[in-house]
Write a protein that binds this ligand. Structure first.
Ligand SMILES: Nc1ncnc2c1ncn2[C@@H]1O[C@H](COP(=O)(O)OP(=O)(O)OP(=O)(O)O)[C@@H](O)[C@H]1O
Ligand SMILES: [Mg+2]
Length: 257
């Protein structure tokens, strides 16, 4: 078992963002986490990455309890995420953005970076080469010297994925990677997510683009008002009456069909 979410609840004052949610992910799986706006999906990512502490419940990663660890420790253990609201360094180049993702894997400390030892220069080169390789994976190699802020929206989302991959995750959490992408970019995103899984990385995918979710995921967990209302294979989820009701009951543009 890669990740085990055990009875997680999260309260924000009077709001129950998550209520006794449990599910798990097996190695090599692409698990979808879906639900209408405000269902608690991003809050779940914040629990897994220790950005916020759960009110109750616990989470384990490869059978080791990770609740209570600091965010950077979670990254070092092998969990990395992208953000619903893109968080890049706008004034850095594309390749520099990816290189920042390697930070948690570098050996050179502060002192070495002052004196720039031979081993550090060697490490920098390795980080640069790895970043180039990742840019090729996400199809941004040609743009490597462009500033982050000058990329098109869909490219920025792919750059975030490359940066997350630079931390060498075993589990990658994607929060609405298709948001703002056109149809062609979304098709490419499907290929990219599958490719990442084939690299041996397990994936938890939050996404509102239902055709993408149905095509990409092996299994889906559905949240509504902080509760898990369904779990299963895409076909079963698509025809689950409670899931359909949850989506039709919202005013948003979510569409399960
Ligand atoms: N830091 C916070 N403080 C207070 N309330 C919060 C906080 N984060 C989330 N919430 C509330 O918790 C609930 C779940 O929010 P969350 O962002 O997890 O939803 P979501 O499923 O990701 O929705 P969306 O699809 O719109 O991104 C919402 O009611 C939200 O307003
Ligand atoms: Mg969200």
């Amino acid at each position: 078992m890669v990740l085990k979410i055990n009875n997680i609840s999260k309260q924000f004052g009077g709001i129950t963002a998550l209520s006794n949610v449990s599910f798990s992910i097996t190695e090599g799986e692409i698990l979808g986490l879906i639900g209408p706006n405000g269902a608690g999906k991003t809050t779940m990512f914040n629990m897994i990455t220790s950005v916020l502490a759960p009110t109750s419940g616990d989470i384990s990663f490869y059978d080791e309890q990770i609740s209570g660890l600091k965010s950077h420790q979670i990254t070092t253990k092998g969990i990395c995420r992208t953000f619903q609201n893109i968080r890049l360094f706008p004034e850095m180049t594309v390749i520099e953005n990816v290189m920042t993702g390697s930070h948690c894997r570098t050996k050179s400390g502060v002192w070495k970076s002052v004196f720039r030892t031979k081993s550090q220069k060697q490490e920098e080169k390795e980080i640069y080469d790895k970043a180039k390789q990742l840019l090729e994976t996400v199809n941004l190699l040609k743009e490597r010297e462009t500033l982050g802020k000058n990329l098109a929206y869909g490219q920025q989302r792919r750059l975030e994925i490359a940066r997350a991959l630079a931390s060498e995750p075993k589990l990658l959490l994607l929060d609405e990677p298709a948001a703002g992408m056109n149809e062609q970019e979304t098709v490419e995103l499907h290929r990219l997510i599958t490719k990442i899984r084939d690299m041996g990385i397990t994936i938890l995918l939050i996404e509102h683009d239902m055709p993408l979710v149905m095509k990409t995921c092996d299994r889906i967990v559905v949240l509504n008002f902080g509760k898990k209302i369904a779990e299963g294979e895409p076909k079963a989820i698509q025809s689950n009456p409670e899931v359909i009701k949850a989506y039709l009951g919202t005013e948003g543009d979510d569409d399960i069909a």
